[in-house]
Design a binder for this molecule. Structure first.
Ligand code: HEC
Length: 137
């Protein structure tokens, strides 16, 4: 017998060889879908879930850099310097390039980096502080 398997086998059931092919593309489509879902989760859902109500409320407000400056001189200047030039705490000019708004809020409220204490400003006061930090050259 000659093993002419290829074309001889596809004659009786031409539909059969296509089935695994179709299954493979289904798997590929599902894998793509899963990858897209993961991407969506990482880029959209998690960041939104990570920001607590306080942070969300603060970010919706428009801050005043002048009011933020007053708050800064009262609460922060002792460590960061009157001109935010750095003293016990670091220089805050250009801090917005190192930390985004969520991180800046965390820095102020968390108390995670002693000796900087945990502050509990009202959302409007926090928005003002953010506006002040953004106004630093
Ligand atoms: C008792 C001193 C102290 C006070 C008061 C203080 N800070 Fe700080 N702050 C620090 C220190 C020290 C660090 C550095 C913490 C670290 O990263 O280890 C810091 C870090 C920061 C950072 C991050 C800087 C960076 O380069 O990433 C920001 C922003 C900041 N402080 C803002 C404020 C604001 C706004 C206030 C007032 C509401 C404030 N700080 C009050 C000591 C202080």
């Amino acid at each position: 017998m000659t093993p002419s398997s290829g074309p001889a086998m596809s004659v009786p059931s031409p539909g059969l060889p296509e089935a695994p092919q179709r299954r493979r593309s289904l798997v590929a489509a599902l894998a793509t879908l899963a990858a897209l879902a993961c991407l969506l989760l990482v880029l959209v859902v998690l960041p939104a879930a990570r920001s607590d109500p306080y942070t969300r409320q603060t970010l919706e407000l428009t801050g005043s850099a002048a009011d933020g400056g007053r708050l800064f001189r009262l609460n922060c200047a002792g460590c960061h310097g009157l001109a935010a030039q750095g003293l016990v705490g670091p220089n805050l000019h250009g801090v917005e390039r190192r930390k985004n708004d969520r991180q800046l809020i965390q820095q102020v409220v968390s108390g995670r980096t002693p000796p900087m204490p945990s502050f509990q400003p009202e959302p409007q006061a926090m928005a003002d502080l953010l506006a002040f930090l953004h106004s630093l050259p």
